[in-house]
Design a protein around this ligand. Structure first.
Ligand SMILES: [Zn+2]
Ligand SMILES: [Zn+2]
Length: 463
């Protein structure tokens, strides 16, 4: 079993604020939701993911003593956290800081945490884990998990939200198979390293997904996962990067994966022919750090839209809308939207049509019922394919990659996180657009769903 920890960026101030008390060690209790990955598609191993939901400060009398080198807390104050954990599906945890910068758990940490973990098992039962977070100066975090058997395992930490920081990942000794000198001169070795360790899912291997995946691989992304239900058709060849006439009839995801793997970049892409709506693919979504939504269907978009908020895995949603009258192009807009708790979701932005999404969902789950409703005239969507052109689909893929770079290394100087960018090809100009969260929105307005992790039914959706 592997473990990893997600820290939503919006909670980072609470984490660092609680971890240091001037020069002395300080700390807090923490509560985590969980996500279980049965089989990680890259490692083939099971993984438990812990998503930080809340930092609970110590009470005034909880600290027995503290110094720059130690922190002793009354175990009694842990009981209220165990009660909350026992009453919910949240796992208990402990956060403390090493203001000295000592980047390891001490033997005293081992003793304290082992005792806390045992106390948790005694009260709440042995199935639960106990998470320990260690904060170092400079917003560096380390973590480990005490499992059911009370043995301890290191756990990489990922800070997610408008930015992405990967910490404590095992170093990949196998270097990228090509020289990244020119891009290193732009973004530095730090960017190359982050990108090589980043786990990305690309949903859709079409006009936007294909250039996106190829560019990411060339930039040094090692193991992207690509999922698409369709096969290459003759009408795709004028838009799909990396495909040839001989690929007609082959799954788009395989064609793209094979193309990238043949480039000699040291990339190991996994292509999956399938629909993201299929429950069989949940591990694909919950095992990654970042998802690119390059699909043009509403149901897939709506699912990923919800997923970003429940699992604290940012989604970069990409779209191209071309509106034509008989004689001229009225509007031609490329769009990149960032989805994470704190940003307005696609429903609040009026980007997904829930009616179309329901129809597409039905056609996937129950084709017979869908055909019947279509016959009876109840289906509004599913007409002609949307217009598209290769330079525009490639352009929005490029915009999406720029947002990923911003998340990893913040190359742009901006006062607040950008959550949506529009490229209006017919004007021509780029715009950043604000959007308001509807407080009643069941996805982005509902704090309860933020970082909820695994719930039943999945994503709290009643179909
Ligand atoms: Zn310590
Ligand atoms: Zn919303």
């Amino acid at each position: 079993m592997d473990y990893d920890i997600i820290i939503p960026h919006r909670l980072l101030d609470a984490v660092t604020g609680a971890a240091f008390d001037r020069e002395n060690e300080a700390g807090a209790w923490a509560l985590f939701s969980t996500a279980s990955i049965k089989r990680d598609p890259v490692t083939s191993r099971a993984r438990r993911r812990f998503i930080l939901v809340e930092i609970v400060p110590f009470g005034a009398r909880d600290i027995v003593s503290s110094s720059p080198k130690h922190l002793t807390v009354k175990t009694a104050s842990f009981i209220s956290i165990l009660k909350r954990s026992g009453d919910s599906d949240l796992m208990p945890g402990f956060l403390h800081g090493h203001p000295s910068g000592y980047a390891a758990f001490s033997t005293r940490d081992d003793e304290n945490e082992s005792a806390l973990s045992l106390a948790a098992k005694n009260r709440n039962g042995v199935e639960g884990e106990f998470v320990s977070l260690l904060a170092l100066p400079g917003e560096q975090l380390m973590a480990r998990v005490w499992n059911e058997a009370n043995t301890v395992h290191p756990a990489p930490v990922t800070i997610t939200g408008p930015l992405l920081r990967l910490m404590g990942r095992p170093r990949d000794r196998k270097k990228t198979g090509h020289d990244l000198d020119r891009q290193t001169r732009v973004f530095g070795e730090e960017f190359n390293e982050a990108l090589s360790g980043l786990r990305v899912l690309i949903v859709g291997a079409g006009g936007t997904g294909s250039p996106l995946a190829i560019m990411l691989a060339r930039a040094g992304l090692r193991q992207p996962l690509i999922i698409d239900p369709d096969v290459v058709e003759e009408t795709n060849l004028h838009r799909l990067h990396g495909s040839i006439a001989g690929d007609i009839g082959c799954p788009k995801a395989d064609v793209l994966a094979n193309h990238i793997n043949s480039l000699g970049l040291g990339t190991d892409v996994i292509g999956i022919q399938g629909n993201i709506l299929d429950p069989a693919h949940r591990d694909l979504m919950s095992s990654v750090d970042l998802i690119f939504c390059c699909t043009d269907d509403h149901a897939g978009r709506l699912l990923l839209n919800r997923f970003a908020y429940f699992y604290e895995i940012p989604v970069i949603d990409i779209g191209l809308a071309i509106e034509k009258s008989d004689t001229r192009i009225r509007d031609m807009t490329g769009r990149v939207s960032l989805l994470y708790p704190g940003a307005a979701c696609l429903l609040c932005r009026n980007i997904v049509d829930p009616v179309r999404a329901r129809e597409e969902d039905l056609s996937q789950r129950d084709p017979e019922a869908y055909a019947k409703q279509q016959e009876e005239g109840y289906i509004v969507g599913g007409g002609d394919p949307e217009p598209a052109f290769i330079s525009m689909t490639t352009s929005v893929a490029t915009m999406a990659i720029e947002e990923m770079i911003q998340m990893l290394v913040e190359f742009r100087h901006q006062d607040r996180p950008l959550t949506q960018r529009l490229r209006r090809f017919q004007v021509p100009e780029d715009r950043r657009t604000g959007a308001r969260i509807d407080p009643e929105c069941p996805i982005c307005g509902e704090f309860n769903s933020w970082g909820a992790g695994d719930v039943t039914p999945f994503l709290d959706r009643v179909s």
